[in-house]
Structure formats: C-alpha cells, structure tokens
Write a protein that binds this ligand. Structure first.
Ligand code: COA
Length: 277
C-alpha cells in the first residue's frame, strides 16, 4: 500500500524531561499535490493517537512532500502542502456516502491534540489543505505558499472546519471573502491578514520551522499543555468565563514541580531542567 504519511521523529537536545521529540509528518502524495484522501486521513488519526500516548512527543510539525523530479517530456508538478481533499473521491457520492467520513476526520483529530502543532506550508494549501493548516495551532509559510478555500467553485463549502476556524482566526468579513470568493491568497497577504504567523524564503522554511518548534519543545511539556488549553478556552467560552478559566489554570500551576523549577532557575540564573510535572 502507498505510504501516504511519512513520520520523522527528531530528537530535541537539552529538552527536559529528557527524550523530547518533534514529530514531523510529511503528507506524501506529491503526484496528487498531497491531496487528502481517505487513507491519509486514517494515517493522520493514527498518528494523533500515538502523539497523545507518547509523553516524549512535545510538538508536531505537518508538511507536504516535495514534488518528484519531472518525467521525461512532462512538466514538474508544483509544490504543495495539500491541494485539498481528494476530489476524485467526491464524484457520484451522495450525503449518505460521505457523512460518516466527515464526522470522524483527520482535521478534527489534529485540532483535538493537546500538544502544540505547526503547519509548514510550501506551495499550495487549498481547500482541505488550508483547513489542515487551520487545524494546527500555528502556520509557517514560504513565500511560494498559496492558500484558499476554492470549494465554492465545486458547488461545495469547506467541510473540515474551515468556515469556523477562518472566522475565529481572521474575523467574519475575511472568512466571507475567502469562502465566497474562492480565490487564492498569496503568502504576503496571508501574513497581513494573520492567516500565517511568519513567512520565510522557501530555502529557509524547513530550518526556520525546526528552530521555531525546538523553542517550544524545550519548555515544560506540562505547562505548554496548560497554556494551549487556556488559549483554546477563549474559543468556546464567553470572555469573562475565559478569564476565570485562565485564572484557575494559572493558580493550579502553583502546585506543580515545574513552576518551582522555573522560578528557582530564574532566580539562580540557570536554565530550568523541567520535570514535566
Ligand atoms: N484532489 C485530487 N487530485 C488533485 C487535487 C485534489 N484536490 N489537486 C490536484 N490534484 C491532482 C491533479 O488531478 C493532477 O493529477 P494528474 O497529474 O494525475 O492529472 C495533479 O494533482 C497535479 O495537479 P494539476 O491540476 O495538474 O496541477 P496545476 O499546476 O495545473 O494546478 C492547482 C495546481 C492546485 C491549481 C490545481 O491542482 C487545483 O486547482 N487543485 C484543486 C484545488 C481544489 O479545488 N481544492 C479543494 C478541494 S475540496
């Protein structure tokens, strides 16, 4: 069977507790611009389970496989993170055929992860590709990245949470423009509207992404999860309840070993050696 998701677990030096890993996932269907077919969703869901059960995995990075060399007489395929859901799986299907798949998909599995996730986008991230990037906590892009929700051109709308996540991230008007217009968004514009966190030269994207992930992977894994949970709470809770939720998380951290380790290390001008508790 085609290996549609490649996994590279990269060791993080000087991480505490020892053994920290950044798990790098490569969407690997370069001849189909890494389109997200059923099999790829299944693999993503499996990896999400592994990440939750492995305490050493501190951060997840998702990227697309680079284009393969062009065959003789053919043009090379363009770079892609993912050019969407696999459209070939849509033809002739009715709602009963697709409902169960869309109820349990890779976009939500990534979104539900308790650990930080980063999308590294080089080339096209369209439709379900933009949605997978939106399911990640942060997005780093190359100056060749192109985002968009072109489903409207297929008589569809985003089905992997795109309408909701775009609206939360960018606001109502921009979400409307992107979903109703179906146009592509160049990297510079994506940066201006806050769709991506940073843009790098293509040649620098990978190393910049690893450094970005390493920085997070070296924090206390316990505190990182609490921070993610507190920020997430802002999406579901009214403002005043969100502030209460944050305060409750903050106060509870005073019972952790890592708060004591972090404060002591600061006062002694040392690097903290987290316990993860
Ligand atoms: N699903 C399935 N296959 C896809 C795909 C998708 N979402 N996006 C691209 N592909 C396939 C193409 O069918 C083609 O396969 P082939 O070479 O076997 O014919 C291959 O990937 C390369 O794509 P191609 O369209 O030839 O590249 P291009 O450089 O001419 O155009 C895009 C690139 C991204 C503009 C174009 O592929 C595109 O519009 N893709 C669909 C985007 C979309 O609507 N996504 C939302 C899906 S809900």
């Amino acid at each position: 069977m085609e290996e549609v998701l490649l996994i590279d677990d990269v060791h993080v030096e000087d991480s505490y507790p020892k053994g920290g890993i950044i798990s790098i996932w490569t969407l690997n269907r370069p001849n189909k611009l890494n389109a997200l077919n059923h099999q790829l969703h299944e693999e993503i869901k499996k990896q999400c389970q592994r990440v939750e059960s492995d305490d050493n995995i501190r951060v997840v990075v998702i990227k697309g496989a680079k284009p393969l060399p062009a065959l003789e007489g053919k043009r090379a395929k363009p770079s892609a993170f993912a050019a969407g859901a696999d459209i070939s799986e849509f033809e002739g299907k009715n709602s009963d055929d697709v409902r169960s798949f869309f109820e349990d998909n890779g976009w939500e599995a990534v979104w539900r992860l308790s650990k930080p996730t980063i999308a590294m986008v080089d080339g096209f991230a369209l439709g379900g590709g933009t949605e997978l990037a939106l399911s990640c906590d942060m997005r780093l892009a190359s100056n060749d990245a192109k985002f968009g929700q072109p489903e409207i051109n297929l008589g569809l709308i985003p089905g992997g949470g795109g309408t909701q996540r775009l609206c939360r991230l960018l606001g109502y008007g921009k979400a409307m423009e992107i979903v109703l217009g179906g146009n592509m968004i160049e990297a510079d514009d994506a940066l201006k509207i806050g769709l991506v966190n940073h843009v790098f030269e293509s040649s620098e994207l990978e190393s910049a992404t690893i450094s970005f992930a390493m920085n997070i992977a070296k924090k206390s894994p316990y505190t990182i999860k609490v921070a993610k949970r507190a920020i997430r709470a802002s999406l579901d809770l009214p403002f005043s309840e969100g502030v209460l939720a944050e305060r409750s998380e903050f106060v509870a951290l005073f019972d952790t070993e890592d708060k004591e380790i972090g404060v002591k290390a600061f006062l002694e001008r040392k690097n903290p050696k987290w316990s993860g508790r």
